[in-house]
Design a protein around this ligand. Structure first.
Ligand code: PXP
Length: 238
């Protein structure tokens, strides 16, 4: 069974809607861990629309499992990561106007910029994962620039509306995952995963980590964070 990283960004989205102290993503992280999360994931965006710098600082002190910081490969974020020292950084592309991360990093195009970022983070004791589309060239290039892990973007799989396109999208994830493992990288996956669609991804023997946010936070609103995470862990165990 892969590790479950619970992304708590949208707990902070609700808080930022009013710029008040509640709900507190740090409390949500504690409850997610009680529910069985193997790690906590947050995305510190350049525009600080949900998670704030202080959240990451406090989470570093409080999280007992693993703290995975999603961030863009910028000088500003590099400084934050090297100061706070999460266990893992997942590098993602970022566009100001997007609702959520759209598509994976173009590692082939940005290798020259990404390679020194990876090196500095690894020298700082932080493991680096690259969020990429399930594309063989992107996986190969990630390995070439010394990424320890790739997180395969499951958006196309999650968005597939009919069984055939779902099967095609899953096939791409499987092929990319196999190549990643063959090259000696850890393989993670995330984006758009839900209680209903996660099964086939979770059962892939190559998967070591899944990062799931929106669907767990949405359920947590109704049943509480601890129970929502426990239910996801049960789905992953099936
Ligand atoms: N992985 C990455 C790299 C992401 O950017 C996100 C969204 O922040 C997720 C996983 C989680 O996606 P979702 O909220 O759709 O579960």
């Amino acid at each position: 069974m892969p590790r479950l990283g619970v992304n708590i960004d949208h707990v902070a989205t609700v808080r930022q809607a009013r710029r008040v102290p509640d709900p507190d993503p740090v409390q949500a992280a504690v409850l997610a861990e009680l529910g069985g999360a193997d790690g906590i994931t947050v995305h510190l965006r350049g525009d600080r629309r949900h998670i704030q710098d202080r959240d990451v600082e406090v989470l570093r002190q409080v999280v007992k499992t693993r703290l995975n910081l999603e961030m863009a490969s910028t000088q500003e974020m590099l400084k934050v990561a090297l100061t706070i020292k999460p266990d893992q950084v997942t590098l993602v592309p970022e566009r100001r106007e997007e609702l959520t991360t759209e598509g994976g990093l173009d590692v082939v195009l940005n290798a020259v910029q990404l390679r020194p970022t990876i090196k500095m983070l690894e020298e700082g004791g932080i493991h680096v994962s690259l969020f990429v589309d399930p594309d063989l060239e992107q996986v190969k290039e990630s390995h070439r620039i010394d990424a320890r892990a790739v997180e395969l973007n499951t958006a196309a799989y999650a968005d597939a509306r009919d069984p055939r396109s779902c099967e095609t999208a899953l096939r791409k994830v499987v092929d990319a995952a196999r190549l990643g493992v063959k090259l000696g990288m850890a393989v993670h996956a995330g984006h758009g995963l839900t209680y209903h669609n996660v099964g086939p991804i979770a059962r892939l023997p190559e998967m070591t980590e899944l990062n799931i946010g929106h669907n767990i936070v949405a359920r947590a609103l109704l049943v509480g964070m601890e129970r929502a995470v426990r239910e996801m862990v049960e789905v992953l165990r099936r």
